[in-house]
Every structure is written in C-alpha cells, then in structure tokens.
Design a protein around this ligand. Structure first.
Ligand SMILES: O=C(O)/C=C/C(=O)CC(=O)CC(=O)O
Ligand SMILES: [Ca+2]
Ligand SMILES: [Mg+2]
Length: 391
C-alpha cells in the first residue's frame, strides 16, 4: 500500500482531483485521477469497469449523483492507503484525449476580445455587433480535430487574400495564431426539443479544460463572410489532458461583469457567475500574456442555455468553449492578433521578435484558480508545437 504524498503548495491537492485518460507502457489507455505528482488508476483503485474505458464519456453518462459519489470515494481513498499497483508517477504516464468529443461549439464571450477583433477585422464598422450584448455569439466547430495537449500542429494550407492583393492564392497560412480559452464538457445530455435552463448547468456540466483554438487569421479573414469561421479554425483545437471537475471550481465563482442591457429571460440567472481563473500564455517558454477569465461577459450557464434554447440537444462529451479570454489590459490578451495588433506591434520572445507563429514555435497555456480549501488548484497545461505545412 502507498500513501500518496501531496506537497502543501500542490495545484493538485484534494480540492482539485481532475480526471484524465492515461496509459503506461504496454497497457491500454484508461481513466485516472491526478493527486499531487501521481496518477491513480481508478479501475484498479475503485474496481469499477467504467474506468477501464479509454475516455470519460461512459462515466460522465452515469450522471451527476454518480459523479458526486465517486468524488467522495476518491477523497476517502487518497486520504488513506492506496494499492501500490494503482499509483503511477505522472512523469511516467502518457496522457490521451480525455473525452470523445461529441459536438464542439466555440463562443465569443469576452467583450474585450470581441471589440479588439471587430476593430482589426472590420475597421470601418462599430467594434461590437448590435447582437453581441443580447446573446452569446458562437459557431459550430469541428469535434473530430480536437486533440490533446502535446499534439503537434501542422500549419494549415488554404486560400488567403490580403487586402492589397487582387486575387486569392493558395499556400501555407502566414498568420497562424492561438486563442486561449476555457472549455466546458457536458456530462449529461438533454432531449431533442427540450431547452436546458441556466439552473441545470451544475448537474449537466461535468468539468472544465483549457483550450487553444488554433486560428489561421489570413484564411479566416478571406473565408468568413457571411457564414463565419470555417477552415481557418477547423484544422486543430487543443485541450488540456486533465478535466477539472465542476465542484473543484466552487471557490472560484465570481459575478460576471454587469450585463446591460438585461438579457432575455432564458439567459437570466439569479446572479450570473463567472470564474476567477488566471491563465498564462507562454511562447517558446516566454510568458507573453495573462488572460483573466473573470472578465468574461457571458457566464458558462448562459452559454449552455443559449446553445440549447432552440431545442438542439446537448450530448455527453459535448465541448463548448468560452471564446478567447482577453482582459482590458494589453498584456491580458488571449490571441496574438490582438497582442501584436494585427502583426503591427511585434512582441519580444527572449532574443527574438514575433508577430504570428513560426514553424517550430511552441505555445503553452496554463491556469490556476482558488480552491475550496484555501489553496490553489491547477488545470495543468495545453501546449502545442507548429510543424511546417505539407506540400
Ligand atoms: O470577429 C470575428 O470575425 C472573428 C472572431 C474570432 O476569430 C473569434 C473566435 O473564434 C471566437 C473566440 O475565440 O472568441
Ligand atoms: Ca475561438
Ligand atoms: Mg480551432
């Protein structure tokens, strides 16, 4: 038997207990929970077959009451002796995509980001569209290209046309960018035709991950009118390997910024709440931005309510992302197009300067939040390295 060591300042103490899918050499991917610098194999520790699956979907589909029970069981288990064969050092496991992504939706919930992108993409129009403060704007993404942190990202090819060019050309993206976001994973789905109320968020959403919504700005700028993002964003979206369960985020709840005008009734919550999560974006190992999630205008529950208000189902494994997280300050912007103001103001990366991503560049996004026991909890990281385009 083993007593798992949890350093006092660990971001993965008992207040966190994130789930992931891991493998050890020669063995199949299965469900584990992170405790300190260890991964606990839940199939071995709890003796339940649902954790032998290579994804969290089957466990999530068991529903909220079951999630609560398992979290209690894990807390009791790791507070005492854990069977030796259930414990692996995190440095010795390989992490996999934690969920089979059902549908993927991406919102646009940061007023600062939406205003900045409006100015950059539509310099002759008002930055925020008239609908923006009435509904959480979003689009349907491509679930099949959601990948786990650490997966290399091949620079996309596509059509691009700069404003000063007469005709589009085909080739590798020249303005490859990131978007630092938070993603919410639906655990319990809804019926076709039935809207999900804001109050149902806590029992339907299983947890949260970090998201990097890689974006080809030149492809996007040319293709997006009038139907929205398409190939400029569908080539890859990276998520962190650890899914932070919703109860771990209780202490991070904060009111959203004031919503004026008052949203329509289906978007109302007693008091709309966001999350006090601090993100950090590193470019080749140099921190370039610290986006604050508490600045997000639309709440996670409002986004879910909007997503389903027309009767569209939500399903186990759905991923809906917040949209780029940008704060009011320049060093709080969650996309390089904003940080470098459309490539006009390069940022310093050690000895070098950057506007958009070069081949070989690596971006890592991390985040922490207050935990329920007064310590902080961590999201791990979402990272990815750019490989040259295929020819
Ligand atoms: O305003 C636009 O035309 C484009 C917006 C985006 O690229 C943002 C997007 O994908 C949603 C987000 O991450 O905030
Ligand atoms: Ca996005
Ligand atoms: Mg994407």
């Amino acid at each position: 038997m083993t007593v798992i060591d949890i350093p006092e300042d660990s971001l993965f103490g008992l207040a966190n207990l994130p789930y992931g899918v891991f493998s050890t050499p020669g063995k199949k991917p299965r469900v584990g929970v992170r405790v300190g610098e260890s991964v606990v194999d839940l199939a071995v520790a709890l003796g339940d077959d649902v954790f032998t699956q290579p994804r969290l979907n089957e466990f999530m589909a068991q529903g909220h009451a079951r999630w609560v029970r398992v979290r209690q069981q894990i807390t009791e288990l790791v507070s005492g002796d854990v069977p030796d064969d259930a414990v692996h050092p995190v440095a010795e496991v390989t992490m996999h995509l934690p969920i089979e992504v059902a549908d993927y939706v991406d919102f646009y919930a940061s007023e600062h980001h939406a205003s900045n992108l409006g100015r950059l993409f539509r310099p002759n129009a008002q930055p925020l569209m008239p609908n923006w403060k009435h509904l959480p704007v979003g689009y349907h993404g491509r679930s099949g290209t959601v990948v786990v942190s650490g997966t290399d990202i091949v620079r996309p090819n596509g059509q691009r046309k700069a404003p000063d060019e007469d005709a589009p050309t085909f080739g590798p993206c020249r303005r490859l960018d990131i978007e630092a976001e938070l993603g919410f994973i639906v655990g319990t789905g809804s019926e076709l035709g039935a809207a999900v109320h804001t109050a149902d968020f806590a029992t339907q959403v299983f947890g949260a991950v970090l998201v990097n919504d890689w974006s080809a700005r030149d492809i996007q700028a040319w293709e997006y009118v009038p139907l929205g993002p398409f190939l400029g964003k569908s080539f890859a979206t990276s998520i962190s390997a650890w899914v932070v369960p919703l109860p771990a985020l209780e202490a991070a709840r904060v009111p959203t910024p004031v919503q004026d005008p008052k949203p329509l009734p289906y978007l109302q919550e007693g008091e709309p709440w966001g999350l006090d999560i601090d993100l950090a974006v590193s470019w080749n190992g140099h921190e370039v931005s610290r986006p604050p999630y508490r600045e997000m205008y639309w709440s996670p529950a409002q986004m879910l309510a909007h997503l389903t208000v027309n009767g569209a189902t939500s399903r186990t494994g759905d991923l809906y992302a917040s949209g780029t997280i940008s704060g009011p300050e320049k060093d709080q912007r969650g996309a390089f197009i904003e940080l470098t103001w459309g490539g006009k103001e390069p940022v310093r990366i050690g000895e070098e300067e950057r506007t958009f991503l070069q081949d070989g560049d690596e971006v890592t996004i991390t985040a922490t939040a207050p935990g329920t026991d007064g310590t902080r909890i961590g999201f791990g990281e979402v990272s990815g390295r750019i490989l040259p385009a295929t020819t």
